[in-house]
Write a protein that binds this ligand. Sequence first.
Ligand SMILES: [Fe+2]
Length: 366
Amino acid sequence: MKIELKNNKIFFENEGQKKEIHPFWFRERVNGESFIDEATQQRLFDPTKLEEDIKINSLNLSDQFIEITFNDGAYTKFAVQNILREFSNEDEIKKIKKVEWDSSFTNFKNFKFEDNFFNEKVMYDALIDFYKFGFVIFKDVPTKNNFITNFANSIGSIRRTNFGEFFNVKSKPNPSDLAYTSLALAPHTDNPYRNPVPCIQMLHCIENEVNGGLSTLVDGYTVTEKLKKDFQDYYNILTDVKVRFQFIDQSVILEDWAEMIQLNEKGEFKQVRFSPRLDFVPLMEKNELELFYSARKKISELYNSSQYRIEFKLNPGDLLMMDNHRLLHGRTSYDANQGNRFLQGCYIDYDSTEGKLKHLKRKFNL
Ligand SMILES: [Fe+2]
């Protein structure tokens, strides 16, 4: 990638292709104190109010900088590196490659909570692990006074739902959800009926006196890749058909239509939704439905297979942060008579972790 000048025009060359860059693209990026507020890095002018026939009057290119004077009198100096970075279109987060894992993944790293560690390099390392594996576990997180809300709000902002700012998971009489019993919970994603689906779930163990009640995780990304490789028809129909996910209680009806495996605009993995108590398949041709039901059965078998599941006990102070768009979570059953098992949970969205990770990268010049 390089920048070239010719006849007061600026060209960008990449892999043998040379294209002119529109002068307006540079004009709306002018910097300097009369154009940009230094503290906020926000524009002091509105580019939609500029004349459209912006032209370049003069240009100077050195190794590191390009200087431009425009026909409306504006002058600016850009770092060539910054311009090239914009063209590379590389997002810090997308650059982190997802690592597929299955039941053999037992040696994952944990991160110890320290006061103010949210702005330390260790938090950067933890967030990188989160994006690689879809989850990370923090140890020794204070368990008093609903500390999970402080924790979540120190990374970003809590995403409140109709279950509240945070929720308590313990077995209780007359439960409104299976989560509040001592029964096993099969792998599922949370809140598939919400639009948008909460991105990240935190589960913080406050008390755990029982032998069972192990937390389980499955990598939906690994399972999706397996399905794509070995069961192409199933993969195709599950990435194509939109299912209605629904939650109903006394005060609200939440519904959303979405694929069980959602791909991004490039046809790559984006999100899985799986909650077989809440999904309603649309009425399709009988043969299509036949294929869909077989596909759903297969992916359910894979999600529930011990081949892909890891199990571990959360101890008091452990806080599990998991990607609800990528992983499925559940738990094994336990005997409520053995003692207390009490977890607190909440959600945050990707802008929290992305913003924090980018900030820490800038702070530590990584
Ligand atoms: Fe859940």
